[in-house]
Design a protein around this ligand. Structure first.
Ligand SMILES: NC(=O)c1ccc[n+]([C@@H]2O[C@H](COP(=O)([O-])OP(=O)(O)OC[C@H]3O[C@@H](n4cnc5c(N)ncnc54)[C@H](OP(=O)(O)O)[C@@H]3O)[C@@H](O)[C@H]2O)c1
Length: 247
């Protein structure tokens, strides 16, 4: 059987790196994106040492030239893309969120724009750039790494366990990403391409911090599951470990 081809953005560390490993273990040919050659090479070597079949490309998702180069690489190397994991992301500051960078009242426009640029605008741009390749797949899958902190319902509900976890720029970027998930799934409803948003959980990474509840291996389960969805799987949903989450 022909191997599926996946691109994982921000694949040099954290959830992206582990997702690349798990997808490779599942028989997928994985390409990881990394912002620098040093990071890409080191991450790919570590993955290969762990038994994964991976290649790396230089991909800063905010850079149009990198996005176009990614499409050219995938076109010439494989002629299609089966799985796009939009994993690369940034926080507005340290977690748990404390201080002005996290508040709607005080966050600078520069910080807000930077977070939106990486977590939202670049995802729209990269996905649009790669859509022609995803359309060449028999069963394209797009996984957007969102967060429960992007759930408007949870952020507004005083009884929610996430009510006090307020990081405006980050949450707004993930809410926008959730909107992309709904709209793109609608646009692609007559194709075989499925688009879903994943909340990985609170995971021990540089972003999640050491107090996070989940180990990496557990924290990538949702994205891996959505990347490998069967043809009768859902599209246009927001999930954590197979459970639907409120928007
Ligand atoms: N950890 C959690 O608890 C948690 C919870 C909910 C959602 N998430 C989401 O899951 C995703 C992965 O998070 P993580 O915890 O693995 O974070 P992480 O450890 O901070 O890793 C983030 C990754 O994104 C990359 N990245 C950032 N900006 C980029 C850009 N402009 N272009 C390309 N790559 C870029 C980083 O590359 P560099 O090494 O070059 O910086 C790194 O590889 C994020 O979207 C995050 O919002 C995480």
């Amino acid at each position: 059987m022909e191997k599926k081809i996946a691109l994982v953005t921000g694949g040099n560390r954290g959830i992206g790196w582990q997702t690349a490993l798990e997808l490779s273990k599942a028989g997928v040919q994985v390409v990881i994106g990394a912002r620098t050659e040093a990071q890409g090479k080191a991450a790919a070597e570590k993955l290969q040492a762990a038994g994964a079949e991976v290649e790396w490309i230089r991909l800063d998702v905010t850079q149009e030239a990198d996005r176009v180069a990614a499409r050219e690489f995938l076109t010439s190397r494989f002629g299609r893309l089966d799985i796009l994991v939009n994993n690369a992301g940034v926080a507005a500051g340290d977690f748990p969120p404390v201080g002005p960078d996290h508040t709607a009242a005080e966050v600078s426009m520069e910080k807000l724009r930077a977070v939106m640029e990486t977590n939202f605008f670049s995802v729209v741009a990269l996905t649009q750039t790669l859509l022609p390749l995803l359309k060449q797949s028999k069963a394209g899958r797009i996984v957007n790494l969102s967060s429960i902190l992007g759930s408007l319902e949870q952020q507004a509900d005083k009884k929610s366990p996430f009510y006090m976890a307020k990081s405006f720029a980050y949450s707004a970027s993930k809410t926008a990403l959730n909107s992309l998930t709904i709209h793109l799934a609608f646009d692609l409803r007559r194709t075989g391409i499925k688009v879903n948003a994943a909340h990985p959980g609170w995971v021990k990474t540089d972003m999640g911090g050491k107090d996070a509840q989940m180990e990496l291996a557990e924290g990538v389960k949702t994205s891996v599951m959505l990347a490998l969805l069967p043809d009768d799987g859902p599209t246009g949903g927001f999930f954590h470990m197979g459970q639907s989450l409120p928007w």
